[in-house]
Design a protein around this ligand. Structure first.
Ligand code: NAI
Length: 245
């Protein structure tokens, strides 16, 4: 197989849908053997390996990462992408909801990374890419809980990069704007006026449209690839100019 991931193995969490599935497909197209770890891996197509996994359950995570590495023979690239949303100001969500979303979006990354590190240490080109969000830095209204989790993901990315650079493991994150995925389609379906909501989401991004999952996947693949061998501890925005302009 040709491509910059030839001979490498990747694990993508949340790989059953949206950005994760797009990243998994692209890594496979470029030569990687890829496992998609997801609560629901039923939509994962061949030749990707779908593995059921709940990132909030340490036992499930250990089992899934071990299964993927055993079946595919190694683990060189980890894409920590599984995540869930939350809407509202600080008054909107209960303590239980705060714990739940933090557990998936932040501690989920910690659990999967812990399970993957022994394999990554054995790789000669190990890389971790975390899917963060422009919500980490943009100050979005009605996204207090979600933004707090993604702020934590960005800080965690930098801390992990510092901790593991000496072991040859690179750690970076992507910060997407609003991306056209099943998640955003669900959000639109639940809006009072879906067409008006879509117009507002497009207008929020200076490029005037939603970002595509394929565009985020391309950024993830770059950061994960040996082409980015000198890049660690960076945040790559794929946000249609939302934060920078
Ligand atoms: P999606 O809902 O299409 O896909 C997310 C996947 O994660 C689903 O397949 C779901 O089953 C899985 N998942 C959820 N909880 C899980 C758990 N506990 N264990 C294992 N898998 C779990 O969403 P999308 O849009 O592809 O989002 C992926 C990532 O991108 C998330 O981290 C999200 O925060 C981030 N993101 C999305 C943006 C967007 O506009 N769609 C913008 C910025 C960041």
């Amino acid at each position: 197989m040709n491509g910059e991931f030839a001979g490498l193995v990747a694990v993508v969490t949340g790989g059953g849908s949206g950005i994760g599935l797009a990243a998994a497909r692209l890594l496979a197209d470029r030569g990687a053997a890829v496992a998609c770890l997801d609560l629901d891996p039923s939509g994962v197509p061949d030749p990707l390996l779908g593995v059921e996994c709940d990132v909030t359950d340490a036992g499930s995570v250990t089992q899934a990462v071990t299964l993927a590495a055993d079946r595919l023979g190694a683990l060189d690239v980890l894409v920590n992408n599984a995540g869930i949303g939350a809407q509202g100001s600080v008054e909107a969500n209960s303590d239980d909801e705060w714990h739940r979303v933090l557990d998936v979006n932040v501690v989920g990354i910690v659990r999967v990374t812990r399970a993957a590190l022994p394999y990554l240490r054995a790789s000669s080109c190990a890389a971790i890419v975390n899917t963060c969000s422009i919500a980490a830095t943009a100050g979005l209204p009605n996204r207090a809980l979600y933004s707090a989790t993604k702020g934590a993901v960005q800080s965690l990315t930098l801390a992990m990069a510092a901790d593991h650079v000496g072991e040859g493991i690179r750690v970076n994150c992507v910060n997407p704007g609003t991306v056209d995925t099943p998640w955003v389609r669900r959000l639109l379906d639940s809006a009072g006026d879906p067409a008006a909501e879509l117009t507002a989401l497009r207008a929020r991004q200076p490029i005037g449209r939603l970002v595509s999952a394929a565009e985020v996947a391309t950024a993830i693949a770059y950061l994960a690839s040996p082409l980015a061998a000198s890049t660690t501890g960076t945040v790559l925005a794929v946000d249609g100019g939302m934060h920078g302009l």
